[in-house]
Design a protein around this ligand. Structure first.
Ligand code: SF4
Length: 386
């Protein structure tokens, strides 16, 4: 893959060149030169955009995405823009927050047993503490600390380091975050970054060119449908191809990477299950996942450029001063309104994973009512803009 410029195979047409964005305080730093990148650069460092206030940090170019954000973009782009780019904390679903804390418990378990050599019982206690501390559970939530403690205990007693994989495997690392840059044809940056994390990376003892990435997922039900969704998961496929590219670059030779999903069921009896979706994937299927990531980056870039340009024009007379709350609030409100009214959306995703989308009322209202509704419903935005 190195040395080859990637373009989405489903789109043959090169997008027309847009006029460059106006120079001014809202203009973002240009992306790195495309000559610096070739295909996937698996050890990238995306420059921080210091000039933008924290509320607007994700309105940045080059685009920065995670594999789960790529997946969400293809389900509903508006939901991705409002939830990920504008980063509403109140948007995060109770399930996602539960999953984040469960990961802390699982990481502590493997850290203490595999690396520190701690005994079973004290390691369980540490894992439960790691999963439940610093977690304010919303009142009346199904996801309680007692449920978390029970699930972590079950996990510690039943999880297997390598899942269903035969043979002997060693732990290479835990919860590592990586950044890959992908070169593509776009109207502005010609590169975007994919930030991804692997829960556990293992290496075969028998064959050092064989690796496995294990991804922990909590689910209400570990049904056959859940297995199938893991086989089709864009997120899992991206983890696989990004890890494969990085490891081949590091090793200097072809490697094999297995993807294992470690599921834990929360409802109707806690239980665990391992699925091995990479058995179903061909190189062509993995290439399709990269193409979907490229299409998601193109959609984000177009949306961000549109938002920035329009916000810039609203300051035609006096450029915004980002040290002034008032100016930040004005840009933020303007951008939010555009995102809630001009972005593409998909009503088929409004009730995915058994939960109503946090923006259902917003999308069901008249476009002119959406900004006030967002400001009223999302506390920290209301505080910031009032
Ligand atoms: S309510 Fe539906 S259309 Fe609106 S952002 Fe959510 S998923 Fe998308």
């Amino acid at each position: 893959m190195a040395g080859k410029k990637r373009t989405p195979k489903t789109t043959k047409k090169v997008p027309p060149k847009r006029k460059p964005i106006k120079k001014g305080p809202l203009t973002l730093e240009p992306g790195p030169s495309s000559e610096d990148f070739a295909g996937i650069n698996p050890s990238a460092k995306v420059p921080e955009i210091q000039e933008l206030p924290s509320e607007l940090k994700r309105l940045r170019l080059p685009v920065l995405l995670s594999p789960s954000e790529v997946e969400l973009t293809h389900r509903c782009h508006r939901r991705h823009i409002l939830g990920d780019i504008f980063r509403h904390h109140s948007f995060q679903s109770p399930s996602a927050t539960f999953g984040t804390h469960l990961h802390r418990g699982a990481e502590t378990w493997w850290q203490q047993t595999q690396i520190q050599g701690l005994d079973h019982l004290p390691a369980i206690a540490m894992a439960v503490e790691a999963a439940t501390e610093k977690w304010s559970v919303p009142e009346g939530s199904y996801h309680t600390k007692d449920l978390m403690a029970t699930i972590v205990q079950h996990y510690c007693s039943n999880a297997r380091l390598q899942g269903e994989l035969p043979g002997e495997w060693t732990l290479v690392n835990l919860e590592q975050r990586y950044l890959a840059e992908i070169e593509y044809l776009s109207s502005h940056s010609n590169v975007f970054a994919l930030s991804y994390q692997t829960d556990r990376l293992l290496q075969s003892v028998k064959d050092p060119t064989e690796y496995a990435i294990i991804d922990l997922k909590s689910a209400s039900k570990l049904s056959d449908l859940w297995d199938q969704s893991m086989n089709r998961s864009i997120q899992q496929r991206l983890y696989n191809i990004l890890a494969l590219t990085r490891l081949e670059r590091e090793q200097g030779e072809p490697v094999k990477v297995h993807s294992i999903v470690e599921g834990i069921q929360k409802k109707d009896g806690i239980r665990m299950k391992y699925v091995w979706p990479s058995l179903m994937w061909t190189p062509g299927i993995l290439d399709e996942a990269i193409n979907l990531a490229i299409q998601a980056a193109q959609m984000d870039e177009a949306a961000i450029l549109g938002i920035i340009q329009t916000a810039d024009e609203s300051f035609a007379e006096t450029p915004p001063d980002f040290s002034q709350d008032e100016d930040v609030q004005k840009v933020y409100a303007h951008s939010l309104e555009l995102a809630a009214t001009q972005s593409s959306f998909n009503y088929m995703d409004c009730h995915s994973y058994y939960f109503p989308c946090a923006y259902l009322d917003v999308c069901n209202s008249d476009p002119s009512d959406r900004l006030p509704l967002l400001l009223e419903r999302f506390e920290h935005i209301g505080q910031r803009i009032s």
